[in-house]
Design a binder for this molecule. Sequence first.
Ligand code: FRU
Length: 443
Amino acid sequence: MNKKVNQIHLKAPGNWINDPNGFIYYKGMYHLFYQYFPYAPQWGTMHWGHAVSKDLTNWEHCGIALFPTKYEDQNGCFSGSAVEKNGKLYLYYTGVHYDKINPENIHKCPKNQFESAQLMIDSEDGFSFDNFNRKKVIIPAFTDKKTADRTHTRDPKVWRGKDAWYMVLGSKTEDNKGQLLFYRSKDLIKWEMVNRVSSKAEFGWMWECPDLFETESGSILVFSPMGFLKDGKREENQTICMPVEFEEKTCRLEFSNHFQFVDYGLDLYAPQTTLDEAGRRILIGWMRMPAAVDGKWNGMFCIPRVVEQKNGHIYFRVHPNVDQMYRRPIVSWTEAEEAGCKLSLDLKEGEMLNIGGYKIVRKGNRIYTDRTNVFEKYTDYRVKLETPEIKEGYHLDIYVEKNLIEIFINNGEYVISNIVYNLNKEIHAKLSGSFQIYTVDKK
Ligand code: FRU
């Protein structure tokens, strides 16, 4: 059987994928799991699909890693993370159990009434997962509303702290505000709650996929509030990030007043970070798609990005392994294969670029994009996007492939990434300078 592979962007191997899960560099390889519905190109009973890569640029699909087997996860294995201890891989995830089953469609939960527990499973090699014998419930569903919600508590992110293991869960309070739950463990199996945290500022009603990590200049929190952008357009749920003060001993966390979107295209959601081979903090996120491509597959991931912090600003830079791939100059983008192409240029005031129908323009100190012509059918989604005020120049590195355009401004000061359909292969520019198009070397 031919192995399914992807170059640069990991895509659904068929049917449906959403969040990245269990992202880790383990035993010489990147393992990337993901939320997966293997039967149709729509969300349903969640499994964990699995892919691996040696270099973050060539991905090989490895099939299904986790699937429902227990009472607690009978209706799905929701998002979670991975850590390594003594050569073993440990996966943490949320198991869901629906209160009632819809007899006409067992894959969706009637009225969102379900119970969520946190589970773990270990593996000796990162490839074999004994779904029948090795799963353990580590945090049962909540019964006490005052502490946390029995339904909306999920997405464990686990990390090694200075003196113990830590976990953060996304959750909500009784009065419908987002909250984080922090746990500690000595052995990765027994977990005790250390603190619960919510913010003064309103960030939606539930926080999905929290991720907290250290950089050289302090801690960063990335989380995905539900019901956050209420401008009448899809999607309301958006991923934001901010520098925070975090004290491990008490798990006290101070939010900052200022937040950034991880990606100003507002299609990226539920990202996850890990450390790469060289110790860089890297992030990968789900690019939400309003419709399946060719009716066959829905869901892909962005280019892995290096997360850095400088003077309170969070940068998302193209991972060097990806950047290094685009070295072959081409005249027209028709010469490019699956990996698509990269354009680098500087935009002066009023200059613009039209990539296959997707427009990029600089006005003042912002970059504006417009996908109206390559997103025609999806009128309830946002088509015009923009950056905040830019400070560091107007250099753009644009990665283009059939269904995704990612614009890195000033090496990640801001990023705009958008899903597109039916791009044509022409590039028109109103520019004073010139630019070169690059693609990756032939395999
Ligand atoms: C985010 C999310 C997570 C959940 C998973 C279910 O997109 O809703 O909170 O674990 O997707 O597929």
